[in-house]
Design a protein around this ligand. Structure first.
Ligand SMILES: *Cc1c(COP(=O)(O)O)cnc(C)c1O
Length: 343
């Protein structure tokens, strides 16, 4: 049975073109830097992002933690938005791997107040103070919003003035750039390193990329090995990654349009309140304001119709659009909710 899976864009399986490319990929031992497909992927990524170098990693969490581990010394402090992925969803890895402490700054849609960031930077040489090691941002933010280029520029200036680097968690970097109407290389001008996922809306089965300057990536390559992320014939995965970047990246606009269509249709349903300010990418967030409808909109009820959803989180539902969600799938979902209301 084919499900309509709205839980996340991580559920996207590799496409037929990816599977063929994976089967035919030229490979070598990537720990010896002998894998031609990974080399291609890393070169292509560097060019596309306007950075000097790139590194293939097993996951986005891995790449973020590797970035902290490479940029920072133990005991340093990382300034970042209070509910970003690195704080909320990476199992406390920063304290285990990089050995850093997270200085979480209250934020709205991933935006930390610039003055609060300035205040949080430890300029003064005080025997009690941990040193600031890094500033992190997340764009697109996991609440479905993007940062503006102006904000990124301003934060970058503040970091530069303090002699600090900025790392960007860009799990959905291409969705962000699309929504910001900017080239990816323009967005990344204002950060020193960034990671993005091949395995979300881009449909690759496994992998994320870390980008930065040559020196940073060289250091990160060794730390990746320490973390157990030195992979051998990784080109099998890299082949799918190349298709993700060359082809699947160019169709993300469909997911954004579908999300807007879904939001529009959902907002026509009485008892559903769509968060219209959180509609920058491929995600739709909404509240169910009618308790009777809320009681009916269970995972089990949807599953019986062949639709997979996540339960409410903080009183909010999230439906995610991706390659395997067509406009007619959205109609199916909307019609089902209309039916639920009427029962
Ligand atoms: C998914 C995600 C990650 C982590 O990626 P994984 O490949 O799942 O480890 C990091 N940051 C954000 C914002 C994400 O959405």
């Amino acid at each position: 049975m084919k499900f309509i899976d709205l839980r996340s864009d991580t559920v996207t399986e590799p496409t037929d073109r990816m599977r063929t490319a994976m089967a035919e990929a030229l490979v070598g031992d990537d720990v010896y830097e002998d894998d031609p497909t990974i080399k291609l992927l890393e070169e292509y990524t560097a060019k596309l992002t306007g950075k000097e170098a790139a590194l293939f990693t097993p996951s986005g969490t891995f790449a973020n933690q590797l970035a902290l581990f490479t940029h920072c010394n133990r005991g340093e402090e990382v300034i970042l938005p209070h509910d970003c992925h690195i704080v909320a969803h990476e199992v406390g890895g920063a304290s285990v791997i990089a050995g850093v402490q997270l200085r979480a700054i209250e934020s709205v849609n991933g935006k930390m107040d610039i003055d609060k960031v300035k205040k949080a930077i430890r300029y003064v040489d005080d025997i009690h103070y941990p040193e600031t090691g890094l500033i992190c941002i997340e764009n697109a933010y996991s609440d479905g919003t993007v940062l503006s280029l102006d904000y990124m520029k301003e934060l970058h200036m503040v970091a530069k003035e303090a002699g600090l680097k900025v790392h960007m968690d860009g799990a959905r970097l291409f969705n962000a750039a699309l929504s910001m109407k900017e080239e990816v290389s323009e967005v990344l001008k204002y950060v020193d390193s960034a990671m993005f996922c091949l395995s979300k809306g881009l449909c690759a089965p496994v992998g994320s990329m870390l980008v930065g300057d040559e020196e940073f990536i060289k250091k990160a390559r060794k730390k990746r090995k320490l973390m157990g992320g030195g992979m051998r014939q990784a080109g099998i995965l890299g082949a799918a990654g190349l298709i993700a970047l060359k082809e699947m990246r160019l169709r993300l606009v469909e997911d954004h349009e579908n999300a807007k269509y879904m939001a529009e249709e959902l907002s026509k349903i009485q008892g559903i309140e769509v968060l219209k300010d959180n509609l920058d990418i491929n995600m739709v967030f909404f509240n169910i304001t009618d308790n009777r409808l809320k009681g009916k909109m269970t995972q089990e009820a949807f599953l019986k119709e062949g639709i997979k959803i996540n339960p409410e989180e903080d009183n909010m539902m999230r439906f995610v659009c991706h390659y395997y969600i067509s406009k007619s799938d959205i109609d199916t979902v909307i019609n089902f909710i209309h039916r639920l209301r009427r029962y």
